[in-house]
Structure formats: C-alpha cells, structure tokens
Design a protein around this ligand. Structure first.
Ligand code: CP
Length: 306
C-alpha cells in the first residue's frame, strides 16, 4: 500500500517504535544495511534552504546503497518556468522510487502526495506547518536519553508561531501519557490556537519567562525565530534575541534535563552551552540520518530482520 509521511499522525506510535528499533539496529551495524536499497533512487526536492534535512536524507540513501537525484534550489527546476508542483511531482514519479520534499507553502507535501500513484512522498518541511522527519529525529533523541516518552515535561521555547518542528513535535508527543508542555514565547510568537486545541485538557501552560520555567523541565526544546516567515524585518529584529540560553540559566535546570534544538541556531543558545553534557543538539542531528535511513526502508516496504 502506498504510504506517505506528511505529518506525524500519519504513523501510529507502534510504527514509530518499529522505526526507532530499526534506526537503532542500523546505528549498531550499518554495514548490514549497506546495499539494501541497491537500484533504488531518492528524489531530493528542496524548494527552500536546508543543511541537515537534505544532507541527512541524501547521505541516508547513499549509505543504504541507493542513488539520489534532485535539486537544492527551486530556481534550477522547471517550476521556475511556471510548472505546477503536481506536474513536477508526477514527472519525478517516473524517475524515482521515493521523494523527500521541502517547500515554503503549507500543504505542498499533501497536495503532491494526492497526485502520486506509486512514489511515497516525505514532507521535509512545508512552510510554517509541519516537519515530521525532524520529529522522528527529536523522538529518537528523547528515547535515547530519557528511555521513555511518557511522564515528561517539555519546554518549547522561541518561535512557536512559525516553528514547524515545534508544531510536529507537540502533535506527536501529545499521544503519550502524562506529557506536560510549557510553551515559552513572546506574546507575538505564541503557539497557534489550532495546535493547542488538539492537546489534552490541562496539559499545557504558557509563559514568556524561560528562567521561571527551566527548573520544571525534563526537556528544553529551543528554536530560532523564523526570519523567513516574517513580513516585517523590523519585527524580526525586535524579537530575534528575546531568549538566549546561557550557562547562567542552565544552572537552574535539572541535572538530567536535556537541551534539544532542531538547528540551525542563530543566537538563542550561547555557544558556551555546547560543552554542557545536557546539550545534545549535535547528537540529535546525527540521529537524524539513522532515522531517515529507517524511514526510507519502511516506506519502500523492504523486508528486514532485526
Ligand atoms: N532542522 C532542520 O530542518 O534543519 P535544516 O533546515 O538545515 O534542514
């Protein structure tokens, strides 16, 4: 059956667990998986800038023995000549077995998936909407360090309005038991109502003060202010450094709190924090490649024995 990953709820928590177990196995024994995608092609279609998502997907496919076609700049595809996204994807379906796509428009991945007959589409970020493979990366990191998804208090700090990684992570974590969210943002960048409405009763609180919240957290998820989604440059400049996590603030945090960040970072985490053992965001980026290897295998319906 043709499956896509457009937003985290497209997969059950049981399927998530299968992916984490597969990713763990790949991490332990990558050679075992080195030719599992021989003859398969990944289309890597990036209409917006990316470092981690694009390179980890492409690296994932190469490490599985497959090949990659695609582009990292919309200007070099025929969409620049006015071709519709659906026509582009229907064409790519003739050349590739699976596609990962990032696009500035919310809903672009879903629209493309609807036009597909045989090629799975993976949403690598659609505007300010969703970023489900970042969520898989985040959950793999949480599972590694916390050994559980239940009974956690997660602080989400920064641009909660436009931060698609935040929207996807909250949606995914809301399925686990006794998860509390503390949304930490300036008033202008609060979590949109549509996402709060999905949450369990009493499961979240909101504040604009990171220092007041940090001692309650098991996980602090920092995010940058999304410059590319602002209409006003002035407004961006006013808000961009609203929160800066530094060693002084880290002193108030639990000894086993972990700090996540989808990256790229701008100023919101001082580089002095990088050497704190609780700062795991570069390890998080490393996990991103292994979980994407697992996802490619899963969506291509390749049988594996763990
Ligand atoms: N986390 C993330 O999506 O990073 P990139 O924009 O570099 O892909």
């Amino acid at each position: 059956m043709l499956r896509h990953l457009i937003q985290p709820l497209d997969f059950t928590t049981t399927e998530f667990e299968e992916l984490f177990r597969l990713a763990d196995d790949i991490l332990l024994d990558p050679i075992k998986y080195g030719d599992i995608c021989n003859g398969k092609i990944l289309a890597s279609l990036f209409f917006e800038p990316s470092t981690r998502t694009r390179l980890s997907f492409e690296s994932a496919m190469y490490r599985l023995g497959g090949e990659v076609v695609g582009f990292a700049d919309a200007k070099v595809s025929s969409t620049a000549k006015g071709e519709s996204l659906q026509d582009t994807l229907r064409t790519v379906e003739n050349y590739a077995d699976i596609a990962t796509m990032r696009h500035p428009k919310e809903g672009a991945a879903l629209l493309s998936a609807k036009a597909m007959n045989r090629m799975p589409i993976i949403n690598a970020g659609d505007g300010g909407h969703q970023h489900p493979t970042q969520t898989l990366t985040d959950l793999m990191t949480i599972r590694h360090y916390k050994k559980r998804f239940d009974n956690l208090t997660i602080g989400l700090c920064g641009d909660l309005k436009f931060g698609r990684t935040i929207h996807s992570l909250v949606r995914a974590m809301n399925r686990y038991e006794n998860v509390k969210f503390i949304f930490i943002s300036p008033d202008e960048l609060k979590m949109p109502k549509q996402f709060k409405d999905e949450l369990k009763e009493g499961s979240y609180e909101e504040t604009s003060n990171l220092e007041d919240a940090i001692d309650k957290l098991d996980i602090l998820y920092m995010s940058r202010v999304q410059k590319e989604r602002f209409v006003s440059e002035e407004e961006y400049i006013r808000l961009k450094d609203f929160f800066i996590l530094d060693n002084e603030k880290m002193k108030k945090a639990k000894e086993d709190m972990i700090v996540l960040h989808p990256l790229p970072r701008v100023n919101e985490i001082a580089t002095e924090v990088d050497s704190d053992s609780r700062a795991v965001y570069f390890e998080q980026a490393r996990f991103g490649m292994y979980i994407r290897m697992a996802l490619i295998i899963f969506l291509l319906e390749i049988e594996v024995e763990l």
